[in-house]
Write a protein that binds this ligand. Structure first.
Ligand code: HEC
Length: 115
């Protein structure tokens, strides 16, 4: 490989790494990452929707129930569950700015689409 080609390969690799690093986390990543939602610590997901755990601090999340609750109320739950239940152990992800609006939106779509 000539030095120009090597330089180009190096620059492209650097760019690719940057693109991967800056891609916003997917809903499932937000769901499992300890520095984001870490929802998986308290909630179980339906089969095939993500990692299977025995977490039971919060209710198991299933699609039918999520669609019953509806997107608007799901958004409220994620933004600040203490409004509905001041004694809840679920963190107020929006109010504490752990998740931004777009991240909450992606999680709401993910929950709403669960099997
Ligand atoms: C520390 C434990 C904990 C964490 C972390 C947590 N939750 Fe919860 N969650 C709960 C509990 C407990 C409830 C039950 C409602 C209450 O306490 O008022 C709940 C309720 C819910 C509900 C309503 C369920 C229903 O059937 O009514 C949804 C939806 C939900 N959580 C989603 C999430 C998502 C998404 C995340 C991550 C961004 C998350 N939770 C993180 C504990 C947790």
């Amino acid at each position: 490989m000539g030095s120009a080609a090597r330089l180009l390969a190096f620059l492209l690799l650097g760019w690719a790494i940057e693109v991967v690093a800056e891609r916003p986390p997917s809903a499932l990543e937000l769901f499992v990452r300890p520095d984001k939602g870490h929802c998986i610590a308290c909630h179980r997901l339906p089969d095939n929707a993500g990692p299977q755990t025995r977490a039971d601090l919060g209710p198991a999340l299933d699609g039918r129930r999520m669609r019953e609750i509806g997107k608007a109320r799901l958004r409220d739950v994620l933004a600040d569950p203490t409004r509905a239940n001041p004694a809840t152990v679920m963190p107020p992800f929006g109010r504490h700015r752990i998740l931004d609006d777009a991240e909450i939106g992606r999680l709401v779509d993910f929950l709403h689409g669960l099997p």
